[in-house]
Ligand binder design. Structure first.
Ligand code: AP5
Length: 209
């Protein structure tokens, strides 16, 4: 299965991607994670990307498209989940131009004010990237349940940047919903339920309850 996850920042794309990945045994390609790794590794791409990410803006299409094309060509016909790509109409057109046939595009719908409240409680593993929430999806202890590493708050999770990211989402990413609706492959779920309940809706939308 080749699947795109759409949704506002904090809608729960990463959280649901982990569960879809386990169920279907396919990897997740998260452009946000790849870019954060580039920053951590001090690469030239990471330095350029950081300027935009810290302001809640999109990294320029040409930088992101080249980076994703390398990953996708290495996968060939094998399935994957795209989390955070495409994020603009030019990125979606670039994906089409790569000749990739998508099975579904899943949009997770959450109102902006719920997102702002959620982001203040997000914690991510500094090593494996697993995502938790202090209230809605807490780890068992102070460290990552999966690998035992320290948990941290993401640099772009402060309220002002979250609000900027939401504006960017509505202006540049949300138009992708009608782009994929026209192709007949868009499915939507409400992402305001508890994490497990949202997962049930996601599996139902993907055709396997
Ligand atoms: P990226 O890392 O992709 O961030 P994002 O899309 O803004 O999404 P998030 O990772 O913040 O949230 P999520 O939807 O995965 O939610 P999560 O599951 O963590 O991108 C970061 C930046 O990189 C961008 O701003 C941009 O600058 C750049 N970038 C990336 N891709 C790009 C591209 N293609 N082009 C250009 N630039 C690009 O959940 C959030 C929290 O809520 C967690 O704490 C979680 O535990 C909790 N939660 C999840 N589900 C629920 C629920 N149902 N109920 C209660 N709490 C829940």
């Amino acid at each position: 299965m080749k699947l795109i996850l759409l949704g506002a920042p904090g809608a729960g794309k990463g959280t649901q991607a982990e569960r879809i990945s386990k169920k279907y045994n396919i990897p997740t390609i998260s452009t946000g994670e790849i870019l954060r790794t580039q920053i951590k590794n001090g690469t030239e791409l990471g330095a350029k990307a950081k300027e935009y990410m810290d302001k809640g803006q999109l990294v320029p299409d040409n930088l992101v498209i080249g980076m994703v094309a390398d990953f996708l060509s290495a996968r060939g016909n094998e399935g994957y989940i795209l989390d955070g790509f495409p994020r603009s109409i030019p990125q979606a057109e670039a994906l089409d131009a790569m000749g990739i046939t998508l099975d579904k595009v899943l949009s997770i719908e959450v109102p902006d004010e719920t997102i702002v409240e959620r982001m203040s409680g997000r914690r991510v593993c500094s090593k494996c990237g697993a995502t938790y929430h202090t209230k809605y999806n807490p780890p068992k202890g102070d460290c990552c349940d999966a690998c035992g590493s320290a948990l941290k708050i993401r640099d772009d999770d402060n309220e002002a940047t979250v609000r900027d990211r939401l504006s960017v989402y509505h202006a540049q990413t949300e138009p992708l919903k009608s782009f994929y609706e026209k192709k007949g492959i868009l499915v939507s779920v409400v992402g305001c339920e508890k994490v497990d309940d949202t997962t049930a809706l996601v599996f139902e939308a993907l055709g396997e309850a």
